[in-house]
Unconditional design. Sequence first.
Length: 447
Amino acid sequence: MTGETKRFPALRRRLPGRPAVLGERDFRWFFVGYATSLVGSSMAPVAVAFAVLGSGGGGTELGWVMAARILPIVLVMLFGGVVADRLGSRRVMLAAEVLRCAVQGVFAVLLLTGHARLWAMVALVAVWGLGEGVFLPSLGALVPTLVRREERLPDANTLLGLARSVSTVAGPALAGVITAGYGSGAVLAIDAVTYGVGAFALARLSVAPPGAGEQAGGEAVAGGREDSMVADLRNGWSAFRSRRWLWVTTVQMGLFNLLVWAPFLVLGPLTAQRELGGARAWGLVMGVYGVGAVLGGLLMLGRRPGRPLAVATVATLGWALPSASLAAGLPLGWTVAAALVAGSGSAVCGSIYESTLQRWVPTEVLARVTAFGGLGAFVLGPLGLAAAGPLADRVGVAAVLAFGAGWQLLAAAAVLAVRAVRRRGWDGEPAADAEEVEPARSAAGAG
C-alpha cells in the first residue's frame, strides 16, 4: 500500500489518516482514559442486573436498582453544572471518576465475598448515579479546552462519540462472557479499574482552572460572578433560554425520549418476543444500532457541515424507522436495516450538536447550559418507560410505536421550520435570534 500511494499521490490524498486532533496531547490523554472508562461503564449494567437476579430478586427489585441509578443523575445534574463552571470541569470529572472507582470497588468486594444485599446494591448504585450526574455536564465543557485549534473540535466530538458507540457494542458482550465465567463481582472489579484509568488520564491534563488566561469571549455572564449558587443557576438558565435553537432542540430531544425511544425500548423486546424470534432477534437489532452509530461516527470524521443544526435535525428522521418497522409488522431484516440507519443518524446528530453547542455557548457557562440541556432531554424518559406498557395494553403495541414514529417525523419538520435552527452556521453566520451573541472562544481555542 505504501508503494502504491507513493506512485499515485491522488490515492494518498483520498486515504484517511489519523485525525489531527489526536496530535493534541491533552485530548489524546483524555480520549484514552475516557474510552477505557466507557468500556467498564457499559459492562457494569449487565453485571448489576445479574447480581440482583442472582441474589433472589425479580423484576420489581431490578426496577428499584435501575431507578436508584437514574434518579440521582437527574437530581444532581444542574448542581454538577454549577460546580463545574466554578471549580473547573477537570477537577469535577476527576472527583467523579475517583468516586465511581471506589463505589464499584466496594460493590465488587461485596459480591465476591457473598455479602451483597439488596439495600446495599441500591445505595451503591445511587452513589454511582451521583458521580455520573456531576460528570456529564463537565464533559461537554471540558472538550473545547483540550483542543487548541477550533476547526478540530468536530473531530474531537466525533471520536468521543465513536468511543461511546464502540463501548455500547463491546461492553455488554464482554460483560456477558465474564459474568458467565467469573461472576458479576469480577465485572465490577474491572469497571473500578477502568474508572481508575480515567482518573489517571484526567490527572495528566494541563487544563487551566476557570478564570486563568483569556476569558471566553463573546458574552459576559449576566451579573458577573456571584457567590450564590442560585444566581449561578439563574445565569445558566438565562444563557440557555436566550438561544432559541438550543431550547427548541432540547424540547425535541425530551419529547423524543418520552414518545419514541422509551416506548421502543419497552415494546421493542415485547414485539421481538412475540413476532421476531425472541431475545436473539432483539439483540441483533440493538447490536446493529450500535454498528450504525460506529459507521455514522466514521462518516463524520473530517467533516464540518455548513448548516450543522439543519443536518443534525435531518439525521434525527432516521429515529422514526425502527418504531415504524415494528409497528408495521415487517420482517426482522427490515427492522435491522432501520436500526442501522437510526444508529448512524444518532452518531451524526450527536457529533454535530456537541460541536455546535461548544462553539456557540461561552465557556464560562457551558457546563451549566449543558446541564440544562441534559436535564430537559432526559427528565421525561422515566415517565415514558413507565407509561409505555400500560398504554400499549389499552391501545395496542403497534399504535404506540406508530404514534412515536409519526411524532418523530413531525417534530423534525417543526424544528427545521425554526429559522434559528435552519440558518445556524459554523463560521461567521449572523445570529438567527436578535438576542443571541457572537460565538464564544475558549482560552485554549484562542491560543
